[in-house]
Design a protein around this ligand. Structure first.
Ligand code: GLN
Ligand code: ZN
Length: 756
């Protein structure tokens, strides 16, 4: 018998119950008992859901109040000393202190979980860690499920992944040296789970899908050689890519099973099947845990049957490619969705059904599940031929786009732009958005509910825009922005105006802690029926003689922050978006806008997990950006913005974007990115984010001056722009005003000096 298995269920709740209860707890509106009760309810709901779906193997330990890495830190006793010594009243206080900081202690660092949009707390390693396996959360969650009559398979993050993602904070040891300290604790936790009754434990080791140095690979062998003998049966879970390059080391491990991601890397099966050991279970990751599309059951069944022929049905499991944490909870909540497109989608709950059908069909034959296969085949066929997915006009547009000329050379552009813009040295500007005040958000909500007419809403936005323009003029900024008051979100705004995008009501996915995102779904060819931003940019420009930047989100970022189609390469979808942005740039230029900014804050996070795949990605990503920008003639200045300073490894690609001006984060990294430009000659202009918008602190004129001045040691003064490090939408006007005024003063004082 092949079993259906899940690797993890979203914990946020179909109605974001977890978010609400966390925020209530943090606001002091409910106590620990209240929080714990909701946690228990959510776990029970999710376990029952999976049981009702008919799933054979249901995970426990996949719940977390904030982040699974943070739970692992607690479970292992790897809490950094400063939090242990902080005299916090309860372990939960310590937990949230690490996650969010306290009055005295900053939060721990957080970063992106592989190539997802989920963020985890980065574990810290130092010699004073007091590792112990005293925290009982895994065991109590296992027991909690058992009390409900559900025998679960607990999930933990494996030692190699934990250490690989951790940061050494003190001492001379490198991360791997800590393996010997961690293994006994892991062994203790695993055997305690065994004693509690768990037959199997799922050990997540997604780092096995990364490039790993030989010493890390040896660590895998050492770790599982150590753990397996005293642990319950281990299902070693790899996901987010291929682990095929490591199979020769993984197959002989003394673990009882291996899970592979066959959505991202189906070719792994060809490597596995001929060598599959007699004593192991193979878990087939067939249902996409990273995207929202309905499974092509016939195709998946064919793969599974192929595996069954060589491995035998009894040693197979059918699973999602990875935890379902990264997809929305339930399609049922979407009552207003386009019916046709909805029939192509599957969220976490629907994916459970797919797993059960696949395992069932393998055991009892496809006929026993004929209606499910019939529906799935129909949906797949419809998607293949739907004119809403395949728009011939978009195809011919893309073909023609290949023939269009590139922009003139940079020195020609620089000359013509200066002739037109007559900018002072160290020109000042901002990144685009101004505070999204309660009034702005309320007006939008009232308008969406229909209680504010389109004309009234328009008037409101115009007056906000005008206020922003007047403020910028008064503050003495050189290049102005319209403020983005009409935008809720930099991707959603564009997606709503483009063909091929679908928006959901409740399809939330956890980003970190209580934060969720609701990514748009790109289901079909992307086209722009009409201009999207020209009205607001031209209105703002009509109010002032200073140049106002047109503000666009770039194609790579729109793609990256959406659920993308899986029926064509991402590069093709990106190209389609690039065509839409191209048209917008052209229309802005025609409307007299002299500067257009195309934001690409997600360019870097789109990098594939394996180095060998970087070049391919960077080529099409850069190409799509350049194509969007190529609508601008030489006299129109193209800006781009990125919120980070980790440029070193992709600097040639950043330069290849060939934006006339790029604005980047600099202040948080303490201008450390400057050293990058010492070795790499960057020819175009750079806006340095000298003011950290993430901090409520107002920067002083002298510190801003110092930051700008330090840049002149590596960059030509004529290359330098002065700006905050990101948009100002999350800040309040009271914070923004003095900070920008100081920024302008700092730039002005340097201007005077450099003339002298
Ligand atoms: N123009 C956008 C803004 O100012 C850029 C946001 C971002 O970089 N994430 O809000
Ligand atoms: Zn930014």
């Amino acid at each position: 018998m092949t079993h259906s298995a899940n690797l993890g269920f979203p914990r946020i709740g179909a109605d974001r119950e977890l978010k609400r209860v966390l925020e209530a707890y943090w606001a002091g509106k409910i106590d620990q008992a209240g929080l714990a009760a909701t946690g228990r309810e959510l776990r029970a709901t999710h376990w029952y859901r999976q049981q009702q779906a008919g799933l054979d193997i249901i995970p426990s330990g996949d719940f977390s109040f904030y982040d699974q890495m943070l739970d692992m830190i607690m479970t292992l006793g790897a809490t950094p000393t400063r939090y242990r010594h902080a005299e916090l009243a309860s372990p939960l206080d310590t937990y949230f202190a690490m996650a969010r900081g306290t009055g005295e202690l900053p939060a721990m660092e957080m970063t992106k979980w592989f190539d997802t949009n989920y963020h985890y707390i980065v574990p810290e390693l130092s010699p004073d860690l007091a590792l112990d396996g005293e925290d009982r959360r895994l065991i109590s969650q296992y027991a909690e499920a058992k009390a409900l009559g559900i025998d679960t398979r607990p999930v933990i993050i494996g030692p190699v992944t934990f250490l690989r993602l951790a940061k050494v904070k003190a001492g001379d040891k490198v991360a791997l040296d800590y393996l010997d300290d961690f293994l006994p604790v892991y062994a203790e936790i695993l055997s305690a789970l065994g004693v509690a009754g768990a037959d199997w434990v799922q050990v997540d080791e997604p780092v096995l899908c990364l490039d790993l140095e030989p010493e890390w690979l040896s660590a895998v062998v050492r770790a599982y050689g150590y753990l397996a003998p005293t642990a319950p049966k281990l299902m070693l879970a790899t996901y987010f890519g291929s682990a095929a390059d490591k199979f020769s080391r993984l197959l002989p491990l003394p673990v009882a099973g291996l899970h592979v991601d066959l959505v991202r890397a189906p070719e792994q099966l060809d490597h596995l099947l001929p060598h599959w050991p007699d004593d192991k279970v193979l878990s087939l990751g067939l249902v996409d845990g990273r995207n929202v599309w309905r499974n092509d059951l016939s195709a998946s069944l064919a793969l599974a049957q192929n595996a069954a022929t060589s491995v035998g049905r009894d040693r197979l499991q059918v699973a999602p490619s990875c935890s379902l944490l990264h997809v929305p909870v339930d399609l049922e909540g979407e009552t207003a969705l386009d019916v046709e497109v909805a029939s192509w989608l599957a969220f976490a709950v629907q994916k459970l059904d797919e797993l059960v059908v696949l395992a069932g069909a393998l055991n009892e034959g496809r006929e026993a599940f004929a209606p499910a296969f019939h529906d799935s085949d129909d949906a797949a066929a419809e998607r293949r031929i739907s004119p809403r997915v395949h728009n011939p006009a978009v195809a011919s547009r893309i073909a023609a786009a290949g023939q269009l000329p590139a922009r003139p050379a940079r020195d020609v552009r620089a000359f013509k732009q200066q002739e037109r813009l007559k900018l002072v040295s160290f020109p000042t500007t901002t990144i685009g958005s101004f505070p999204q005040t309660d009034a702005v958000r309320q007006a939008r909500a009232t308008f969406r509910k229909g209680a504010l007419s389109a004309a009234q809403y328009d008037e409101f936005l115009k007056s906000e825009t005008e206020k922003a323009i007047r403020f910028q003029e008064a503050a003495g900024l050189d290049v102005l922005v319209h403020g983005e008051f009409e935008r809720n979100d930099m991707v959603e705004y564009f997606g709503e105006l483009l063909d091929g995008f679908l928006f959901t009501k409740k399809a939330w996915v956890q980003s970190y802690g209580s934060r969720c995102v609701k990514p748009p779904i790109i289901f079909g060819d992307v086209a722009r029926p009409e201009p999207m931003t020209v009205k607001w940019s031209s209105f703002a420009q009509s109010l002032t003689d200073k140049p106002v930047k047109g503000m666009l989100t770039g194609p790579v970022t729109i793609l990256q922050w959406s659920f993308a189609r899986d029926d064509q390469p991402r590069s093709v979808t990106c190209r389609q978006i690039a065509c839409a942005i191209y048209d917008e740039v052209r229309d802005l230029e025609a409307a007299g806008i002299a500067i257009v900014q195309i934001d690409e804050p997600a360019l870097r996070e789109g990098l594939p997990l394996r180095r060998s795949d970087w070049q391919g990605y960077l080529e099409w990503a850069v190409d799509c950006f350049r194509f969007s920008a190529s609508a601008a003639s030489a006299t129109t200045q193209i800006h781009t913005h990125m919120c980070y300073a980790e440029f070193e490894d992709i600097l040639p690609s950043i330069a290849a974007l060939d934006a006339d001006v790029i604005s980047i984060e600099a202040s948080r990294s303490d201008m450390s990115l400057l050293h990058v430009f010492r070795d790499f000659h960057y020819a175009n202009e750079i806006g340095l984010g000298v003011y950290d918008i993430h901090s409520p602190r107002c920067p002083t004129v002298s510190e801003l001056r110092e930051k700008i001045a330090s840049a002149t040691s590596v960059l030509e003064p004529g290359q330098i722009w002065v700006n905050p490090d990101c948009g100002l939408k999350t800040r309040r006007w009271e914070e923004v005003k003095p900070a920008l005024e100081n920024m302008v003063s700092a730039a002005k004082s340097l201007r005077i000096e450099s003339i002298r």
